[in-house]
Design a protein. Structure first.
Length: 549
């Protein structure tokens, strides 16, 4: 889409009648501001939605070296972007220019009005998404500054967390940035304190944990209810689908996610076999839009929120989080998905986050531009990663244990790999060691048929092998198969673990009212579309369970 077209979507103008009708539906307050007075500032939490009635509101970016004007809202135009719905802190400031009157609408009343008035709701939501996209694509917008080394795993952890949670930021590599000494001097920090985060001329954080970072950014929300109708653990495609359908159907819903929305699918750079998207879409786009959709209907999202264990109190599941918080719910959906298994070879743990990766996104591609890289695995995720990395790396080597990619990879991906000149597939080959001094430099591989070993020059290894379900937090009452995946439905009837008089619902676990969907469920089809379908289907069973109680 051309920038001019995107801008017209980002900055629509309401008619006087639409402004007054929205104000009436949302029970808005009419507020007056003097010239230069701030309606909201960058970093504010719980900001309101403002529709300009008279005067104007200048939207400014203060994250760079000098303040910049992003837009000036005239009468009929409105403030806000996706942060308003998701509860994150404001990333820009709004300043009155001239004596200005605005309709002020709290977010909860805005959400209700937009759901009751779909035509206006679509316009506002599309504007929010387009505004964030314009900032993301703008060379003039800085956002947070992350300063750290490409060889530092802590820097990579923070980069990964920010990118996966859709936080706009600029990474400054201490190894290559020519202005680094000047910037560090201005911020008053030394190389020993890396990585650090700054906004404008202000130092914010020194090597923060994910939890500290999320709290500062306003994306970590403490669950606000005593008892929820539905708690979803995991925000992959299954969990996000359940959040959308649960919240839109009136269930008080919260999603607990340990890292970022999207799950494994969120790291895919091109999903081409998802119904309705013939040109494909990235897993990140799918996850971002689903998270906004869930927020639109009022689902709560808490990131990072790692569930340490689960207990039961008077038949209600009680989720105990790291840090001591507890969340009680009438129904629970386990949608924690699965992690790629680690290679389990010498050097693997040493180079994680500085050469060994389990996702291939622009975040990882930045550190291997123009070099040779290795992708390990023969499934669709490995194929998608190899094709994406081939656009950035000098050469991509795919190491496959079997003798034929067609055994485990979709035909369209196999054909694309065969037609990409800088991709080479090494069959019957496994990694036996990862080597380097300070940073990864080579991989030792072995042919599992001949026993022949070879040393492969590589700046990065991307591993997409196997799947280990995230079920270590579940109690014994939840039956799992021998590989650790959650058993559900008819398979439980003769296992001895099902105690209710009725038959278990299709996605119900061995404990009534506790469901599982997506990759974590035993016997599930490991595809995005099926995960979304199971997440939506689970909500129907939740309604049936609540009705019978």
């Amino acid at each position: 889409m051309a920038a001019s077209d995107l801008r017209s979507i980002a900055y629509p103008k309401l008619t006087e009648e639409q402004s007054e009708e929205l104000a009436r539906r949302a029970d808005a307050s009419l507020r007056s501001y003097e010239d230069g007075q701030a309606l909201f500032e960058c970093g504010d939490s719980e900001t309101c939605f403002y529709v300009v009635r008279s005067g104007s509101v200048e939207i400014t970016d203060n994250s760079g070296d000098e303040p910049k004007t992003i837009a000036v809202h005239q009468p009929g135009e409105f403030t806000g972007d996706v942060a308003l719905l998701t509860g994150a802190r404001a990333i820009v400031s709004g300043i009155a220019r001239g004596t200005t009157a605005v309709y002020e609408i709290p977010v909860d009343r805005l959400r209700q009005a937009l759901n009751e008035w779909p035509a206006l709701g679509d316009m506002v939501l599309q504007a929010f998404i387009a505004r964030r996209q314009l900032l993301k694509e703008s060379p003039d917008y800085t956002g947070l500054r992350l300063i750290g080394s490409r060889y530092d795993p802590e820097t990579f952890r923070i980069r990964d967390f920010l990118a996966r949670n859709c936080v706009l930021f600029t990474w400054l590599d201490v190894e290559t940035d020519p202005e680094m000494d000047r910037l560090l001097g201005r911020l008053g920090v030394t190389m020993d304190e890396m990585p650090v985060l700054a906004c404008g001329h202000k130092l914010l954080l020194r090597n923060p944990s994910n939890e500290e970072l999320a709290s500062r950014l306003g994306i970590r929300h403490t669950p606000g209810r005593t008892v929820y109708d539905l708690v979803v653990v995991g925000a992959g495609p299954a969990g996000l689908a359940a959040a959308v359908y649960g919240a839109s159907e009136g269930l008080h819903t919260v999603v607990l996610e340990r890292t970022a929305p999207g799950g494994q699918a969120g790291s895919s750079m091109r999903i081409e076999n998802y119904l309705g998207f013939p040109t494909g879409l990235t897993g990140r786009d799918l996850a971002d839009r689903a998270a906004i959709q869930a927020a639109k209907f009022g689902a709560e999202m808490s990131v990072p929120a790692r569930v340490a264990r689960m207990e039961f109190d008077n038949q209600y599941p009680v989720l105990c989080l790291d840090g001591g918080d507890t969340v009680i719910t009438k129904c629970l959906l386990i949608a924690t998905g699965a992690d790629y298994r680690k290679l389990g070879v010498g050097g693997c743990e040493e180079f994680e986050g500085r050469g060994v990766y389990y996702a291939a996104t622009p975040n990882e591609a930045q550190v291997c531009r123009g070099s040779q890289v290795v992708v390990v695995g023969g499934g669709n995720s490995a194929g998608q990663a190899a094709v994406f990395l081939a656009e950035h790396a000098r050469k991509v080597l795919i190491l496959v244990r079997s003798d034929d990619l067609n055994k485990s990879m979709s035909a369209y991906l196999v054909q694309r790999i065969e037609r990409t000149p800088n991709i080479e597939v090494l069959y019957d080959t496994e990694v036996c060691r990862i080597c380097g001094s300070g940073h990864l430099s080579s991989v030792e591989a072995v042919n599992n048929q001949t026993g022949e070993k070879r040393c492969i020059e590589a700046s990065a290894v991307f591993s997409f092998i196997g799947a280990a379900p995230r079920t270590d937090w579940l109690p014994p009452e939840i039956e799992k198969d021998r590989k650790g995946f959650v058993c559900t439905g008819p398979t439980l009837e003769h296992s001895g673990s099902w105690s209710a008089r009725r038959q278990p619902f299709l996605l119900e676990s061995s404990r009534p009212g506790v469901f599982a969907a997506g990759d974590v469920r035993s016997g599930s089809v490991k595809r995005v579309a099926s995960a979304v379908g199971e997440g939506a289907m689970a909500v129907q069973f939740v309604h049936q369970y609540l009705a019978e109680r």
